[in-house]
Design a protein around this ligand. Structure first.
Ligand SMILES: [Zn+2]
Ligand SMILES: [Zn+2]
Length: 340
């Protein structure tokens, strides 16, 4: 498949020897492979325990809260609305903002392009051009100076890594210095549809927070339950909790998936595959493969690797709504595997 210069600009091809040369500046220094960090067994065990805690504790809290509230402050209506909104806004990020707008993993018509931009905006992770600019910069400088959210920013010892994990997860969002969108997203800035969706960002936030209580009230009315309770509980679970869980699932890719986990593919950064996050992240936690082959439409490339984002792209392809999908080939994958 040939690519135009504009498309080449869209491809985060870090660590990808066959990919076309990006027009984004990457210094010589950045292109050096990462040195492996010697690790004792004890440290490895501590890392695994920390990883399990990071993933499990917030989830257990949500589940305990749900159990306590079930039948009172939480009903099946809230579960259904939360799941639907999580799936729509989450795939808006993974399929839309990430695989389509950032990396050009497939081509789509105007309707799908706008729908993906709106769905991703409703995740409330910032407007599409800002999200894409940050993420393209991440690929250009992954785990080196210039990466907006590397957990290795402060060093590799334990206190530095703790500080780095916080920075990669949440702290970087508060950086005063913003990614230069003119440099990283000229293609999106030139698109009037994307500009319109960007300008209307406050509307998408309002709809994201406001639609669940409306649906909760309507469902309560239809099933003979108290309408105001239906609205309030749907707002709590399907607006607030749903948005918070998705935020952490996205941020965990930047923090956990650059620190812990397995690295079966060759990359020049510390990206890793973290299987416990696959479901909540909709396939994005196969992040080591993603950095090894950034334009691939599927990140969970091995057997049993859950990747609902790739399945959605396959569905769009079958409907003729996604074309030129960059499915990973066996030879490409084998060339990128770490030899054992
Ligand atoms: Zn990454
Ligand atoms: Zn990416």
């Amino acid at each position: 498949m040939t690519t135009t210069p504009l498309e080449r600009k869209m491809l985060g091809n870090a660590g990808d020897p066959d990919a076309p040369t990006t027009t984004i500046d990457v210094s010589e220094d950045v292109a050096r492979p990462m040195q492996a960090v010697p690790k004792s067994l004890l440290l490895a065990r501590a890392e695994q325990a920390a990883l399990a805690a990071f993933i499990a504790v917030p989830l257990v809290c949500v589940l305990v809260g749900a159990f306590v509230a079930w039948g009172g402050f939480l009903s099946w209506r809230d579960v259904v609305i939360s799941t639907v909104f999580y799936a729509i806004t989450g795939h808006g990020i993974t399929v839309g903002f990430h695989r389509y707008f950032t990396h050009g993993s497939f081509k789509a018509g105007r309707g799908v392009r706008v729908a993906l931009a709106v769905a991703g905006s409703m995740a409330v992770e910032g407007p599409v051009t800002r999200w894409v600019a940050d993420h393209r910069r991440h690929h250009a400088y992954s785990d080196k100076e210039g990466d907006p959210h590397s957990p290795w920013r402060y060093g590799e010892n334990f206190p530095a890594l703790c500080k780095g994990l916080w920075h990669a997860h949440i702290g970087w969002l508060f950086d005063v210095e913003q990614t230069d969108q003119k440099r990283f997203t000229p293609d999106l800035l030139a698109d009037p549809d994307v500009a319109r969706v960007n300008r209307l960002f406050p509307l998408w936030v309002t709809l994201s927070l406001g639609l669940p209580p409306v649906l909760g009230a309507l469902l309560a009315l239809a099933t003979g339950h108290d309408v105001s309770t239906g609205a309030v509980t749907a707002f709590f679970w399907a607006s607030l909790v749903r948005m918070a869980v998705l935020h952490h699932a996205t941020w965990a890719i930047n923090s956990i998936c650059h620190t812990f986990g397995e690295r079966p593919f060759k990359t020049r950064d510390k990206s890793s595959n973290v299987w416990p996050l696959a479901f909540l992240s909709m396939g994005e936690s196969w992040h080591n493969l993603h950095h090894a082959d950034p334009t691939a439409a599927r990140h969970g490339v091995d057997r049993w690797q859950f990747d609902s984002s790739a399945e959605l792209i396959r569905g769009l392809e079958k409907l003729g709504l996604a074309t030129d999908v960059r499915w990973p080939s066996r030879e490409r994958l084998d060339a990128r595997r770490v030899s054992v």
